[in-house]
Design a binder for this molecule. Structure first.
Ligand code: C5P
Length: 227
């Protein structure tokens, strides 16, 4: 199933504390951003990449794309204040396609079988997102006090990619913008339209590079994959 992918890359990565966009940090001598882009560059079903970037970083990112032979990028629109705005900037610039994936540029370990399953499920059902089952006991806590132990069997930890029929995501984003609603992922916007979102079981390796510990984990995942 062919698709185009939106990669929001316009964050500041404060929690990484690197003093620069965390996507420029190196994992085995290659920027995190390039690790992520290479997955889609190598996927024959990916027909285009859209990168939301900070205007002041566009020049450097274009240099990286050239240096690492990333040729599928169709546009690098300005990102926004929040991740949702960055994704929306890409959607507004794209021509209509059948299936669009949204994937955090900070998740470099996504694999092609999961991407393909998401694209196919989105084609069939409209919306599909990657997630893994919660492993730990889960409790709802308010003011440091437990108010509920939640049934773990019903809980999933949500990742990206999130895959959609393009028309459905565009409609959900326009609706959210009109209502001034800010979600933490695209699925929330679809849920608000009353549309079902399906889960595709993903991998615990598909981490988002967020804090310094994730860099160590990332190196370990790359090493394991070479063995
Ligand atoms: O900060 P966090 O890692 O949760 O952000 C997830 C992804 O969204 C990152 O790839 C980041 O660059 C991107 N982002 C964005 N625009 C923002 C905030 C985050 O493109 N305003």
């Amino acid at each position: 199933m062919n698709y185009e992918v939106v990669l929001p890359a316009a964050g500041s990565g404060k929690r990484m504390g690197a003093g620069q966009n965390k996507l420029f940090l190196l994992l085995e001598e290659k920027p995190i951003l390039i690790h992520t882009l290479e997955v889609f560059q190598q996927d024959e079903n990916c027909t285009g990449i859209w990168l939301a970037v900070k205007p002041e970083e566009r020049g450097y990112i274009e240099q990286l794309l050239n240096r690492f032979g990333i040729t599928k990028v169709k546009g690098l629109p300005d990102g926004g204040l929040e991740r949702q705005h960055s994704v929306h900037a890409c959607i507004k610039n794209m021509d209509q396609v059948e299936i669009v994936l949204v994937h955090d540029a900070a998740r470099p370990f996504i694999t092609l079988p999961i991407i393909q399953k998401l694209a196919l499920t989105a084609q069939e059902k409209g919306a599909a997102i990657a997630g893994v089952r919660a492993k730990d006991t889960m409790k709802k806590v308010i003011n440091n006090v437990i108010v509920e132990t939640v049934d773990r069997d019903t809980l999933w930890m949500i990742q990206t990619p999130q895959a959609f029929r393009f028309s459905l995501l565009a409609q959900a984003e326009d609706h959210a913008e009109k209502e001034g609603f800010l979600g933490t992922d695209e699925a929330m916007l679809i849920e608000r339209l009353g549309h079902k979102v399906h889960i595709v079981e993903s991998s615990y390796d598909n981490i988002k590079m967020t804090t310094k510990e994730d860099l160590m984990l990332g190196e370990a995942i790359l090493k394991k994959r070479r063995e």
